[in-house]
Design a protein. Structure first.
Length: 310
């Protein structure tokens, strides 16, 4: 009888231990499930919070008015600790040449309509910055406008935001010697051979799609008179030996271009040669680069009535 009782007692103890283990396992599983659910909830709350923050940054309904700073005034504050120069052109163009000390912040996506990308770029560029900003784009228009809109939406003090009047193009024209150029772009060891286009052949392509007439004479001479439709790109500094200035000028003049270029200088010699050298260094397709034979002088003799005067 005692033996039976002992066996029953032992069985009851084993059953109790098994029940306890099962309960502990269930409790542990419940705790794990609860912990996972809590973590998921926190993650969802964090995601919702981030989404809420992002949704608060909305593009303005219309373009925010820009305020400008002239190249002359910008030059005076270039080395000031209170000013940050922000180059918002494409990264590859900034890397080629830029205003010394300018910070690159590619706003191409924003300029093309991706406001959120612009927000991300400007948040990074202006992190911990409370300076006056000088926004540099190509000509002081679309890229600068996209940047101004984003900065306004981010709550930056807009009284401190200036667009460089005329953009990088105006800077290179006024300050050709004050441009930082990539060390990878080097002047050729000797002049690159030019190929010519006669005045007669050039006249056939004037105004034709796929052709760009590039007047590389001094700005004042281009302004006084030029071939109708020709784009002015002053290469006087390059002709005088400042290769970096020429790089900046040609970079701006040929941005997004894949056209056949007709280079117009005074007589088809030194200015055109400097231009040809720079275009070659920039990697332009040289099979598409022609110098107008005899230059602007030959054109005015052959087509005196086909000149635009100011």
């Amino acid at each position: 009888m005692k033996r039976v009782f002992a066996m029953l007692l032992c069985a009851m103890m084993v059953a109790g231990m098994m029940a306890g283990c099962t309960q502990n396992q269930q409790t542990s599983a419940d705790q794990t499930t609860q912990q996972t659910a809590t973590e998921e909830t926190k993650e969802e709350e964090k995601t919702e919070e981030t989404s809420a923050e992002s949704s608060e940054i909305k593009a303005p309904e219309k373009d925010v008015e820009m305020q400008y700073i002239s190249v002359e005034d910008a030059t005076k504050v270039l080395d000031s600790d209170d000013y940050t120069f922000l180059d918002v052109r494409k990264a590859e163009d900034y890397n080629t040449s830029h205003v010394p000390g300018a910070v690159g912040a590619d706003m191409d996506a924003a300029k093309n309509g991706d406001f959120d990308a612009g927000v991300a770029t400007m948040q990074q560029a202006t992190k911990d910055v409370d300076n006056n900003l000088v926004v540099i784009c190509y000509t002081g228009k679309s890229y600068a406008q996209a940047t101004t809109n984003v900065l306004s939406a981010l709550g930056y003090d807009m009284s401190k935001v200036y667009t460089l009047e005329g953009g990088f193009k105006a800077w290179t024209q006024a300050q050709p010697e004050n441009v930082e150029v990539s060390a990878e772009i080097k002047a050729p060891e000797q002049d690159v051979e030019m190929q010519y286009m006669s005045v007669e052949d050039a006249s056939k392509h004037l105004g034709e799609e796929g052709y760009t007439f590039l007047d590389v004479r001094k700005t004042e001479d281009y302004t006084a008179s030029h071939i109708p439709g020709a784009v002015g790109a002053d290469m006087d500094a390059a002709k005088s030996g400042d290769f970096n200035a020429g790089v900046s000028t040609m970079q701006v003049a040929t941005r997004d271009l894949d056209d056949t270029l007709v280079v117009i200088c005074y007589t088809g010699k030194s200015y055109a040669q400097a231009t040809t050298n720079v275009l070659s260094a920039l990697g332009y397709d040289m099979s598409k680069v022609y110098t107008l034979e005899g230059g602007f002088e030959a054109w005015t003799e052959a087509y005196p009535d086909n000149v635009e005067n100011n």
